[in-house]
Design a protein around this ligand. Structure first.
Ligand code: ZN
Length: 141
């Protein structure tokens, strides 16, 4: 394993142990649940949408380190962005995880690129983003 792989692994575990934006948002925040039965990952995502912008975001859930750290990283990546920007980012992230595109313009999210080689864990890494799309797709203009 390369130095970089080890470093990314450390950072992923750090997000797992100390997740960012963990918790709930009260109504009228938008809310969706995501489940990945193949691994047993569960996620509940809360989005506070103001003027087509992610004003606040939180998540709760239980599951493997990859699913939970991916959710934590996602909340950091999308806060303050518009719905359009976030859906574009989501597509780029999924392309990277499916090994179909380079990890360009993805910032910290590229830490998860190694998952693209672990096919059984792809759904763990994308769970938060799929759940996010459930919330945002009905709010696209
Ligand atoms: Zn998992």
């Amino acid at each position: 394993m390369s130095f970089l792989d080890n470093l990314y692994k450390e950072l992923i575990l750090e997000h797992y142990k100390h997740p960012k934006n963990k918790g709930e948002l009260p109504p009228p925040a938008l809310k969706a649940e995501g489940i990945n039965p193949s691994c047993g990952d569960e996620l509940e995502l809360f989005i506070d949408l103001k003027d087509q912008t992610i004003a606040d975001v939180k998540f709760t859930g239980e599951g493997c380190a990859i699913s939970q750290s991916s959710a934590s990283m996602m909340t950091e990546a999308i806060r303050g962005k518009t719905v359009d920007e976030v859906l574009e980012l989501s597509q780029k992230f999924k392309d990277m995880i499916h090994g179909e595109a380079p990890a360009e313009e993805l910032g910290d999210l590229k830490m998860l690129q190694g998952i693209s080689k672990l096919h059984a864990r792809v759904k763990c890494a994308t769970l938060a983003w799929v759940t996010l799309e459930q919330i945002l797709k009905p709010h696209t203009p």
